[in-house]
Design a protein around this ligand. Structure first.
Ligand SMILES: O=P(O)(O)OC[C@H]1O[C@](O)(COP(=O)(O)O)[C@@H](O)[C@@H]1O
Ligand SMILES: [Mg+2]
Ligand SMILES: [Mg+2]
Length: 279
């Protein structure tokens, strides 16, 4: 696992350099979710593929930017699904973006997840790695330094509601409004990594990306986005559900499958469960 941890650190330094260069033009290609890829999305995907190619313990990779899985080392144990650049449409407005890595053993699937990691590219570059604990690291020069363990409180103060409101179910709107009525503050940048990072570091709250009338299975992808953050939240003492079920109990049929998702501290997730159980 240390070799993977080091490889992710190297990708972070190279991706930071790629983000800092001027040209972020759109490519002519679409990814598997039908979104136009930025040249930067493709470049970050290549950086990660290159670094992981040098790690013998990695069997197969799956990327948001690749249609299919790619086997790297037949003798490896780990299967890594990653989103090379999450929130890439925020680059041109200079908001924070990230990379997300789900590390699975002996095949992809929530039940096989053994570790999870994300990197935030904001004013600073930070990395959160969850294995037995959830740990925060900060890039200083060319090295990541350990900062602290992340633990969520029982209840937070932030509310990050994703998805187009026009397409929310009425009970979902009531749920979101109920937190605002209780004094929760809106925090939503449109980048999953910084939005969830903020909730983790401020002690708790709720991030939701529900099923909507136009996207009944939500937008966020299970293997690269949903399961990695579910693992991180649970390791940090929070919870992660699809409305009813624990996200880590869900299966997947295809590497690009999506799921509605709710991440938060225990108090907020309990409320989500109550509202969704009745609907
Ligand atoms: O614009 P919306 O519908 O709120 O969606 C925002 C979500 O989409 C994403 O940008 C999807 O990720 P990509 O940028 O990797 O496609 C998440 O980071 C974010 O949480
Ligand atoms: Mg993403
Ligand atoms: Mg992406």
């Amino acid at each position: 696992m240390t070799d993977i941890f080091s490889a992710i650190q190297r990708t972070a330094i190279r991706i930071k350099d790629a983000i800092d260069t001027k040209d972020i033009g759109y490519s002519q290609q679409e990814n598997s979710s039908g979104e136009t890829q930025l040249q930067l999305d493709i470049k970050c995907d290549m950086i990660i593929e290159e670094e992981f190619s040098n790690v013998a313990s990695i069997h197969t990779i799956a990327s948001e930017e690749k249609e299919k899985e790619l086997t790297l080392h037949e003798d490896g144990r780990y299967f890594i699904a990653y989103d090379p650049l999450d929130g890439s449409s925020l680059i041109d407005v200079n908001l924070s973006v990230g990379s997300i890595f789900g590390i699975y053993e002996n095949g992809f699937g929530a039940q096989n997840m053994v570790a999870s990691c994300y990197v935030v590219f904001g004013p600073r570059v930070e990395m959160v790695f969850a294995h037995n604990k959830t740990k925060l690291h900060l890039l200083q020069g060319k090295e990541f330094e350990f900062v602290k363990e992340i633990r969520l409180n029982e209840k937070g103060k932030l509310n990050a509601p994703g998805g187009t409101q026009q397409n929310w179910k009425p009970y979902h709107k009531e749920l979101v409004d109920s937190f605002f009525a209780e004094g929760y503050r809106l925090r939503y940048s449109g980048g999953m990594v910084p939005d969830l990072h903020q909730i983790l570091l401020k002690g708790g709250g709720l991030f939701s990306y529900p099923g909507t009338s136009d996207k009944p299975d939500g937008k966020l992808r299970k293997l690269f986005e949903v399961f990695p953050f579910a693992f991180i939240f649970k390791t940090a003492g929070g919870e992660a559900i699809d409305g009813k079920k624990d996200l880590m109990e869900l299966g997947h049929a295809h590497i690009h499958d999506t799921s509605p998702c709710f991440f938060g501290s225990k108090y907020e997730i309990q409320r989500v469960k109550e509202v969704y159980a009745d609907n």
